[in-house]
Design a protein around this ligand. Structure first.
Ligand code: HEC
Ligand code: HEC
Length: 350
């Protein structure tokens, strides 16, 4: 008879207790916020810890775009005394194959790729392997050749390696035009300066070796739809260059090219691939970028005589995969990592 009544009393007491507790908590929060006491706050690192919020993929820009290098306004090019040269240079960089590819109308000296396939938007895209720093930093000493290189020599490096072809005469109309364009692109950068956002993104090294078998899965899920299962990409219907350029095989860059180094490939891929990704909206994680680099650069590609490269072997970058080395690490570790121990050994010997 009394039981329902007792239940009701218990409920009321419980509710009152809850209300008191709430008032207490609110009071405490108000007190803390007015008293100026600093509670420990989560660092950005902790907030983004993937273990705590694994369900929500966090797209984090690779870099802040503030203060990044921008190419000069293309509409202003007509004001230049050598506007014609600059325009022809841009055309050659965007459509290299049409002029200098296997059926090139000027000369057949390269593999059918365009400079722009790797130097996106004709070398103007932020962290898209752009030419922002070139005019300001060349000529410069380069350890790969052990010589001072000017822009002409550096362009020919890419012809012989990235385009697996032959060099262009230094005084040819085409070379003069490409140098004029690249110089114009970087004209506002003070001499000696490497502007923010130029070149490629440096992906932080992993604690483990990059793994081609994991990279194969990344490739199948994120790259294969365009670059094809056999890595050969897709030629343009008109035969001039590629809709999707090849990533390995006889038409790809050779093993002396910059992209053959895992750090260069990973840096290009994370900020630009799959097509539509950018440094502001990357799609690959650091690990995926290193692993897919390991996979692609484990496939067959053209070879080049590299015997004259790196005359001072101690200057080889940690991810240059061919010995002899000035340290004790194997070729496999120099190719796939882990790179931290190599970096540390290098720092100690310097
Ligand atoms: C397969 C990809 C690829 C192609 C195609 C390619 N390059 Fe490159 N290029 C690279 C990479 C990778 C680097 C080195 C970037 C780095 O180490 O930061 C580079 C570097 C350069 C540099 C020096 C940039 C600097 O800041 O020091 C110039 C200049 C250049 N390339 C011009 C060209 C020209 C001109 C063409 C076409 C004839 C071309 N490249 C084609 C991948 C390519
Ligand atoms: C939607 C199509 C598409 C997808 C998916 C895609 N790419 Fe590309 N990729 C392109 C195109 C197009 C270019 C050339 C860009 C240009 O010329 O402006 C390119 C260029 C490249 C290049 C430089 C040129 C070369 O052939 O060496 C590399 C390296 C590359 N992609 C790697 C990747 C990787 C790694 C993935 C997967 C993570 C990927 N791509 C996914 C379309 C794609």
């Amino acid at each position: 008879m009394l039981q329902p009544f007792v239940k009701l009393i218990t409920l009321i007491v419980a509710l009152l207790g809850l209300a008191t507790a709430l008032v207490g908590v609110i009071g405490f929060v108000v007190f803390i916020s007015y008293s100026g006491i600093q509670l420990p706050s989560l660092t950005d690192e902790q907030k983004l810890n993937p273990q705590t919020i694994a369900e929500i993929p966090v797209v984090k820009a690779l870099a802040d775009s503030a203060g990044m290098w921008k190419s000069p306004d293309w509409n202003s090019v007509d004001a230049e005394p050598n506007a014609m040269e600059i325009k022809y240079g841009k055309e050659l960089i965007a459509n290299t194959s049409e002029y200098l590819g296997p059926n090139g109308k000027v000369k057949a000296i390269s593999n059918g790729m365009n400079c722009q396939n790797c130097h996106l938007q004709a070398g103007t895209a932020p962290l898209g392997n752009n030419y922002g720093a070139v005019a300001a930093t060349y000529p410069k000493m380069r350890a790969r050749s052990g010589t001072e290189e000017d822009i002409q020599k550096r362009i020919n490096d890419c012809f012989e390696r990235s385009l697996n072809g032959q060099s262009l005469e230094r005084d040819s109309k085409e070379m003069v035009a490409m140098v004029a364009y690249i110089t114009w692109v970087g004209k506002d950068v003070p001499k000696g300066e490497i502007p923010k956002g130029s070149g490629l993104y440096e992906v932080p090294v992993l604690d483990r070796a990059a793994d081609p078998s994991k990279g194969k899965l990344v490739y199948e899920n994120q790259c294969q739809s365009c670059h094809a299962a056999d890595g050969q990409g897709m030629g343009r219907p008109d035969g001039k260059g590629y809709t999707y350029p090849p990533l390995w095989g006889k038409n790809s860059y050779n093993h002396g090219a910059g992209l053959y180094r895992l750090s260069r490939f990973a840096g290009y891929a994370i900020a630009n691939m799959p097509l539509g990704a950018s440094f502001q909206n990357p799609i690959l994680s650091d690990e995926e970028a290193w692993d897919v680099a390991a996979y692609v650069n484990s496939m067959d590609r053209p070879k080049k005589d590299l015997s004259q490269d790196w005359p001072d072997i101690s200057k080889k970058p940690v991810d240059h995969p061919f010995g002899p080395f000035s340290d004790q690490f194997t070729e496999a570790q120099h190719k796939f990592g882990p790179f931290k121990p190599i970096q540390e050994a290098k720092a100690k010997s310097n």
